[in-house]
Write a new protein. Structure first.
Length: 168
């Protein structure tokens, strides 16, 4: 059996699950938020996409899964309001290995969408979330299909250098 079929965070919401034991990742996300803000503002100001397409590689399943998506929506929504432009839609592709507990993530979507509606109202664009199970050792997306790719805790799982990196 290939390692990408068995390697994953503990699913569910029990005491050993990633959902309960992911505070460190949330802390790091808060620390790098200024970098994300700068990158997203620059991207938005240069492209003004009607639908911003992003991927989060190594998203896992738990309270942090939608944190980057929510942060990107805040950044882009605020910037579009300041510029008096309609907010773009956001298409977010959440990627992790097939063993990830995507069911827990999908179960959290209704409350995520409700929270967006309550907090942001109609001043922010629509958000569409898709799961993309697979390894980033192989192709996950077509060429030129994404505006932004995020990964904060996936690189530590690399057990070999990706061929494209060696070529450059």
């Amino acid at each position: 059996m290939e390692i990408q079929q068995v390697l994953h965070m503990n699913g569910g919401d029990g005491k050993t699950s990633y959902a309960i034991n992911s505070q460190l990742q949330r802390t790091v996300a808060a620390m790098v938020k200024p970098i994300l803000e700068e990158s997203m503002e620059e991207l938005y100001l240069n492209l003004f996409p009607e639908c911003l397409k992003m991927a989060d590689l190594g998203c896992s399943a738990g309270p942090n899964t939608l944190l980057v998506v929510s942060t990107v929506m805040d950044i882009i929504g605020t910037k579009s309001q300041k510029l008096n432009r309609p907010p773009p839609s956001l298409q977010a592709f959440l990627n992790d290995l097939p063993g990830n507990d995507f069911n827990t993530m999908f179960k959290s979507l209704p409350s995520f969408y409700k929270k967006l509606e309550n907090e942001k109202g109609s001043s922010f664009g629509h958000c569409f979330i898709t799961a993309v199970p697979g390894s980033f050792y192989g192709r996950l997306f077509p060429n030129n299909s994404l505006h932004f790719v995020h990964s904060s805790y996936a690189l530590m799982w690399l057990s070999e250098v990706i061929d494209n990196i060696l070529a450059s």
